[in-house]
Design a protein around this ligand. Sequence first.
Ligand code: GLC
Length: 733
Amino acid sequence: MWTWVSKNTLRLVYGSPKEWFAPEGFKEGEHGNVEVTEEEGKFLLKANGRILQEDISISRDGEYFCLTMKMWRGNIFGLGDKMGPMNRRQRKYIFFNADDPIHTPIADPLYKSIPFFIVLDRKTSFGVFFNYPGYMEMDFDSEGKGVFKIKVRGEGLVEYFIFNSSVKEIIREFLNLTGKNFPAPIWAFGYHQSRWGYTDRNVVMEIARKFREKGIPCDGIFLDLEHMDSFKNFTWDEENFKEFPEFVKELHDMGFKVVPIVDAGVKVEEGYEIFNEGKKNGYFLKTKDGKDFEGAVWPGRTRFPDFTRDDVREWWGEKYANFVEKTNVDGFWNDMNEPTIFATQEELDEMRERMADIDLDDGWMIPLTLLSFSNVFKSQREEEIVHKDDLPHWKVRNAYGMLMTKACWEGLKKRFPNRRFLILSRSAYPGIQKYGGVWTGDNHSWWEHILQEMINIQSLSICGIFFCGFDVGGFGGDVTPELLVRFYQLGAFTPFFRNHSAIGTKRQEPWVFGEYYENVIKEIINLRYSLIPYIYSSYMLGIMKNVPLVRPLFFEFQDDPVTHTIEDEYMFGPSILVAPIYRFGQEKRVVYLPKVRWLYIPTGEIMKPGWRVVDAPLEVIPLFQREDTAVVKMDPQNFIFEKDLKRLYFDVFLNERVEIELYEDDGESFSFEEGDFSLRRVLITRDKIEVESSRGGYKPPVREWVFKILEVEGRIREISILVDERDLKIPLR
Ligand code: GLC
């Protein structure tokens, strides 16, 4: 069976699946120009004489439904933040959310399942989304025989085939299907400090004060497990975090926002309100014999809300809103929501039994047994858990974290319809972008992870998850000075910029390595803050138009095939190319500059397209500005709402004509949805600057706009004008 769901998107059904989470954009659409023929559930897709999908065969392997077809030509990009190269070709991937704390190059699966990818070759590109939240494997020709295989535990599969020759359009179309990105508040684009191990409120206050004393900008303080009373969600520790609402207020008064963690599991404790309610109303996941499923997470014995149910999500959503009412916190990071379960009672019993049989004479059975225990932690308990109406967990597991985040978003939106919160999730499935952003979980203080995170944020972004980031400095392991700096240099050019680390590891706040490194890091954070107008405007325009902030080079320069091979450079918004350093001791790097002329920002050198080598000692981030663009900046501040902006700076790199749109709004409410935003077109040519009067109901204050115009031949001019809401046309000489 097949239907068009938009002009460019086909919905193909193989076998007899149930589509659990049909995308909202699903509706009969116009017919596109792909020819489709179907024979016994096998589809042949053809466009402009080219075959796009062929040699399909369907088979069953016990409980599994398998589909193979001829492997597509070209590179495969997408699948969210999976480990390994950005091009997914020649690897096999599992989609079944798991908490694997050691992200080796082959760790798979991890926390998220984003079964969407783009096939990109010189001639064409298209997108494929297999909408299945249960257990799934995809093999992109790991055998080298030209075969793509997909295997699901279940009765069939739904494929959305997005036919369009532009990557930009494919992403747009995918988001028309799965939903637009959530509006993060403007302060979410500032810098955030976090650590598992800030033991009490004094420690947190000390950290906060240090930022202000040292003049290192910071907007958000994240609270980890310590703030809770015995790991109970939506509580605080009366001893270590006493008078919690006052503590939040104190931080607010210093210009910080406060974002506590929430875990998916609920501590089993009679008298704990959330546990009692969940138990009484039957809101928790069940075992096959109808009892509440119980496993261990941080609190010890834990039960898990069944987020696939509307009533449970509504109940859980209210908890966030209640907590905000009590404490006035500014957001939440939703964690352990794969869900992660350390062990069950049966597993512990089994381990004990097996260990009882083992002694020194068992030789290699000893490490093998111990190793098998470490897998327990990652296991998904798919056989044990059932949802309402006996729905097996393995059919919907991958959507669990997304649905928890949906509860968070909806609960907050209902109670605080005009306040934006910073919402994050570790686990994800397509659709997550409507409710919050993501971080990539427990990375390490390893050089290899700088490159991996660069790949991760690009892959998440093209999968439609625009608000993404990673633990700057690395979560696990001990960071070293240079590594920390290089992590910051990448982090400053990602949507969500947060330093976070694990308990027991070396501290990694900006100042831990002494004055020199502190100053280098302070400058990186200052640079980030100077770019806030550019970043925020690009993000908000991006969520309206379905364009990510982080863009692989092929997103902007698809017709240049060299860009299809590059994973260690990317565009941050429309104007800036970032080529971070990700090796210890490296002070130069090779950069590919596509198509146009580029301004090497650190030195002011103008570069022609092609392969170039640039100097990048530790203080330097290889950043390039694209020809005929502008970057809108501000004076850095300690936090985003510290002072009214009196001045905006436009760094213009001009050949013929620069045309940009500048978006502004209040940054914290939803009034922009009613038209309370300001959108201005700014045009700069060699002989004039034109500023269009603002569209939309939000009136930014009258400000000085300082234009620094660098022409490609090297001439520099600086013009400063006072801009109110009216049209302006300034001739240039
Ligand atoms: C998980 C999270 C990590 C957090 C820790 C303790 O490992 O990924 O960010 O610090 O749990 O809550």
